[in-house]
Design a protein around this ligand. Structure first.
Ligand SMILES: *Cc1c(COP(=O)(O)O)cnc(C)c1O
Length: 246
């Protein structure tokens, strides 16, 4: 049964998060599990909600809109973690509770407009590109379809994150919550997360309340939690291998 399978996998992920928090000397409640449900059907989202999941993430606008419509009755927080085109930003801002992938100033105005239209602030994170932080960041040209997260290779360079963060924080309707990153594919995840922690500290010192560090996925959540992640985005370890995109 799919429901039982998801409950088992969630429990295993929960154990990994607890162990990583323990190893890092951090309380478990400092880390929020976001289950990345992209490519999986709305019925899986419903099963996850029944199993106690409160935060889900999507990476494509239309897919998220359709899925959300089937889950309207559930009390879920919806995160957007995909690459964001300027012409889709306002639409995403219309439904998302948190947008993790703000990586250029051009996105701020449409996101702010969407927040104003729905009359509540939109939580945003600045996505940081960590590709240059580790040795050997191989090209992803040979990666199988779906292996590289949609957000990979996006993001501002670490040295530009603070400027974008300040701009986001100063934008009416947006609430800057912190930073997000994807570790370089095949690279040195701990080194990348250490670099992200430096950026997070800088942004957090400049913008009150910008305390979130969204980092860590199925393969590297322990390293991320060890370096201060407050939000881990886990897909495969909970849901299994992603089906081909429909
Ligand atoms: C797909 C995706 C994830 C989840 O990746 P898994 O390896 O399946 O856990 C996390 N973050 C982003 C930005 C993604 O696109």
């Amino acid at each position: 049964m799919r429901g039982a399978e998801l409950v088992d996998r969630l429990a295993a992920v929960e154990q990994r998060i607890e162990a990583a928090c323990c190893a890092a000397g951090r309380p478990r409640n400092e880390v929020t599990l976001i289950v990345v449900t992209k490519f999986f059907p709305a019925c899986d989202v419903r099963l996850l909600a029944a199993a106690g999941v409160r935060d889900v993430a999507e990476s494509r606008h239309q897919e998220a809109v359709d899925k959300r419509a089937h889950c309207r009755d559930l009390d879920l927080t919806w995160h957007f973690v995909g690459g964001l085109q300027s012409n889709k930003a306002a639409a995403v801002g219309g439904w998302a509770d948190v947008v993790h992938s703000v990586d250029r100033g051009k996105l701020l105005a449409p996101l702010a407009r969407a927040a104003q239209e729905r009359s509540r602030p939109l939580d945003v994170l600045v996505q940081v590109n960590l590709d240059a932080t580790g040795p050997g960041s191989p090209s992803s040209a040979d990666s199988p379809h779906g292996a590289v997260p949609a957000g990979a290779r996006s993001g501002v360079l670490p040295q530009d994150a603070l400027i974008l963060a300040r701009r986001a924080a100063a934008t009416d309707g947006l609430r800057l919550r912190g930073v997000m990153a994807v570790a370089p594919h095949g690279g040195d995840a701990p080194a990348a997360f250490r670099a992200l922690a430096d950026v997070a500290a800088e942004v957090g010192a400049a913008v009150p309340g910008a305390t979130w560090v969204s980092a860590g996925m199925s393969g590297d959540l322990e390293a991320a939690i060890g370096h201060g992640a407050t939000h881990v985005r886990v897909g495969t370890a909970v849901l299994g291998n992603r089906p081909p995109r429909g």
